[in-house]
Design a protein around this ligand. Structure first.
Ligand SMILES: Cc1cc2nc3c(=O)[nH]c(=O)nc-3n(C[C@H](O)[C@H](O)[C@H](O)COP(=O)(O)OP(=O)(O)OC[C@H]3O[C@@H](n4cnc5c(N)ncnc54)[C@H](O)[C@@H]3O)c2cc1C
Length: 296
């Protein structure tokens, strides 16, 4: 079986560069290794946290008390014409690039989203008018409680705005199959270029962050609501509401997870009091936090 390391810092494995250690940590490369470490976690009664590319999480300052299973190196992508079969740790941007290079469309608008294919499916990552689930055919995984492998067709999974029924299952996504339509390669490349440029212009990519902190409420934009409350530049400890994009919190000077959590609750409360809308976090909280999210 893979070696299980202890007390491994996780902050540098996240895009926020924040978070405490993994009490137990392992990196997996094969399906067999995944099965073995999950069975080790069950036998030793350790809750499992699956770490993709760490681009949508806030890990508590106390870290994760159980096993962190880093799946980011389980990352092969194979192609058969317009069909792609991906291991769940495959970088989403590689899938996008390889599809576009083949002149295949349906995923090009996701250019620039960091993260893995598995993390993207759990979150139903998307941008502009596309989501990762659009061209999905099927997903397979392993149940954490009984080690049973399962495979679901797209129609058996509920995908919503930045969420999926996969999130509610105690499961590890192993891989996914996609089918893309034929498109015009030059046009697809230019769409990707434009999107990457827009991301560079609008997002604070020079500072550690986790992408959009809040989901957009129906018919509105979280960024606009936060900006209307005058919160751009507001900070708690080392965490600051970005001056460039109000729905981004940036780690400006060694922020703790507690700084970020406090800032999230502060924003929720202020936006609710001034605009009457409760913002729902998109970022996934990992581990324990003292400050409860805002409720009214
Ligand atoms: C600069 C920036 C821009 C971004 N822009 C966008 C955007 O435009 N649209 C968008 O939707 N998102 C965006 N994001 C958020 C993020 O990139 C996506 O949500 C991404 O898909 C998360 O993938 P990940 O591998 O990093 O997941 P992680 O952050 O590692 O994990 C997220 C969740 O998925 C779970 N998970 C990950 N892999 C697996 C697996 N194999 N099996 C089971 N569970 C798993 C984790 O346990 C966790 O609960 C952005 C983030 C950043 C930093």
């Amino acid at each position: 079986m893979n070696s299980i390391e202890q007390n491994i810092p996780l902050k540098d494995k996240t895009s926020f560069r924040i978070g405490g250690p993994a009490r137990f940590y392992t990196r997996v490369n094969t399906e067999k290794e995944i099965g073995e470490v999950v069975s080790w976690a069950n036998e030793n009664n350790k809750p499992v946290f699956i770490l993709g590319k760490g681009s949508n999480i806030l890990i508590s300052d106390n870290g994760w008390p159980g096993l962190t299973l880093d799946i980011s190196e389980y990352s092969a992508i194979s192609w058969d014409g317009s069909f792609a079969s991906c291991q769940s740790g495959a970088p989403l941007h590689t899938l996008v690039k390889e599809a576009v290079d083949r002149g295949l469309c349906g995923i090009e608008q996701l250019a620039g989203i960091p993260g893995s294919v598995g993390g993207a499916l759990i979150m139903n990552a998307g941008a502009f008018k596309q989501a990762v689930s659009d061209c999905l055919m099927s997903v397979k995984g392993i149940d954490c409680s009984n080690y049973k492998m399962w495979e679901l067709e797209k129609k058996e999974i509920d995908f919503g705005y930045r969420t999926s029924s996969l999130k509610e299952m105690d499961t590890i996504l192993l891989g996914a199959n996609f089918h893309f339509e034929e498109g015009d390669r030059d046009n697809l490349k230019s769409v990707c270029r434009d999107i990457l440029q827009r991301r560079n212009e609008k997002q604070p990519l020079d500072k550690p962050n986790c992408g959009s902190v809040f989901k957009n409420p129906e018919g509105n934009y979280a960024a606009a609501l936060i900006e209307k409350c005058g919160l751009k530049g507001h900070h708690i400890g080392g965490a600051m509401v970005s001056e460039k994009h109000a729905n981004f919190i940036v780690n400006v000077s060694d922020a703790s997870a507690s700084d970020v959590r406090k800032l999230i609750v502060f924003i929720q409360e202020r936006v609710f009091r001034e605009q009457g809308i409760l913002l729902e976090p998109e970022v996934v909280f990992v581990g324990e936090f003292d400050d409860p999210l805002f409720k009214f």
